[in-house]
Design a protein around this ligand. Structure first.
Ligand SMILES: [Fe+2]
Length: 272
């Protein structure tokens, strides 16, 4: 099974190891196809989360994304609207926000690319919206504000949509989670890409609770309403991960794992 064949609006895409995904030529109208893409997850409505690898000399020129697009650099460097983005730099590109430049630097670049709808890169589409840039090192860690989350979960906010409450943020955990006793779920989708370290996540699957291990390059897209992060979840070393929610993230807590939602499916790539 390839991740790109699953519709994440109805399937929990779990246990993904991004190195196992076959790269394909990038197919975004207006962007050079010399870049490759590994699709982490996608929906039949055209949303997608992927890793793009663009070689040195990859140049898209000026233009704008036709839908909200988020970029987070993993390696190399990327010149976006005249700014050099390096490892763990982020840019949020609202629909129509104009980029004077969009190209790789001397090392090429590998970056996460998130869109919530079908996207193109176009010189004809322009709005009054602005790009917003964040370098992870420039943001200070803050304790998670979610009530009842075990202490020690630190976060750095990258973006929050004023209309939907959809959020993009980074979590940092050091030796965390040993005392978890409950399960949580959210009324929004939640996706996580693991940047560094390792972590185990207790998840409710159709067959019942399972434990899924993640390392750097690991990924999941979990639709709303699936209970997770139950007892046994956490890290005995550390983990750094990029997270996104599809709308405002609130938490429902459960003393026992509730059943898996009837209208969804699940696929654990970690088990082949
Ligand atoms: Fe969660």
């Amino acid at each position: 099974m390839e991740t790109s064949r699953l519709d994440r609006s109805g399937v929990f895409v779990a246990g993904v190891r991004s190195d196992d995904i076959s790269p394909e030529p990038l197919q975004i109208s207006g962007l050079p196809a010399t870049a490759t893409v590994r699709v982490l997850s996608s929906s039949s409505a055209g949303a997608s989360s992927s890793i793009v690898e663009a070689p040195k000399g990859w140049t898209a020129g000026s233009g704008a994304f036709t839908t909200l697009t988020e970029i987070f650099v993993l390696d190399g460097d990327l010149l976006v609207d005249g700014r050099f983005l390096e490892r763990y730099h982020y840019v949020r590109c609202p629909a129509g926000a104009f980029l004077q430049t969009f190209e790789t630097g001397n090392d090429g670049a590998r970056f996460l690319l998130f869109t919530n709808a079908p996207v193109a890169y176009s010189t004809d589409y322009r709005s009054e919206e602005f790009l917003s840039f964040v370098a992870l090192d420039d943001v200070s860690w803050k304790p998670a504000t979610t009530p009842m989350v075990p202490p020690g979960l630190l976060t750095k906010r990258l973006a929050e949509d004023p209309d939907t409450g959809a959020r993009t943020w980074v979590i940092g955990l050091v030796h965390w989670g040993g005392d978890i006793s409950r399960w949580e779920s959210h009324p929004c989708d939640e996706e996580v890409f693991f940047l560094e370290g390792e972590m185990s996540n207790g998840e409710v699957f159709p067959s019942g609770p399972v434990m899924i291990d993640y390392k750097a390059g690991g990924y999941f897209y979990r639709p709303a309403g699936i209970a997770h992060s139950g007892p046994g979840s956490g890290t005995t070393s550390y983990a750094l991960a990029l997270c996104r929610s599809s709308s405002t993230l609130t938490v429902d807590w459960f003393d026992h794992p509730p059943p898996f939602p009837k209208d969804l499916e699940a696929w654990d790539f970690g088990r082949g």
